[in-house]
Ligand binder design. Sequence first.
Ligand SMILES: C[S@@+](CC[C@H](N)C(=O)[O-])C[C@H]1O[C@@H](n2cnc3c(N)ncnc32)[C@H](O)[C@@H]1O
Length: 206
Amino acid sequence: MEHGSAREPPGTRDILERWLAVVVATPGLTALRDLREARRVLLDDALAGVDLVARLAGPVVDVGSGGGTPGIPLAAALPDRPVTLLEAERRKCEFLGRWTVELPNLRVVWGRAEEQPLETYGVAVAKALANPPTAAEWCLPLVREGGAVVLWVGPSAERERVAGAAARIAGALEDSPAGFLLIRKVGPTPPGFPRRPGMARKRPLA
Ligand SMILES: C[S@@+](CC[C@H](N)C(=O)[O-])C[C@H]1O[C@@H](n2cnc3c(N)ncnc32)[C@H](O)[C@@H]1O
């Protein structure tokens, strides 16, 4: 969705601009201090994924939401889709919880991806969560069979490594628009996953 496009529900721009300003002004949520740069990275990049997520069915979880991106822009742009912000740091969750008043389709869960109920969501999204193979390992168990993981990635993302890691957890890398990796969940989560907290970073699958 373009910022300010015909698809944008009424009030969306106002909520997102206020959210962005508070994120930039709140210590510990982002290193970005320039509002224009923050808009590009935290808001416009998130909104670039709206059409991709809209094509995928089911509730959405934003894993490692931090200050709320991409989950808050997605929740604002897709008001009919339940969006969960999953975040490991309690203080960030307290900040995120304030926005559930403005966006009724939003909820916040404090916890680690590796410790959540399995196969609960249709789509798991993540931006700047971890390196892409680790992010894929954390996200895939949260998604039911037939659902998908959408990772926001930079140009240096190694598709083969991500595909290798995903294949271990019933994930198949599909054709993806530039800036994203789309991984389909093609079977049930295999035994042994999710691995215990810390393992995905310590011993990457690929
Ligand atoms: C670099 S920040 C990115 C935040 C946001 N997605 C963004 O693009 O600005 C990564 C966030 O993921 C959270 N995180 C790291 N590992 C996690 C895990 N296993 N489960 C849930 N959250 C996690 C961290 O607490 C942190 O807030």
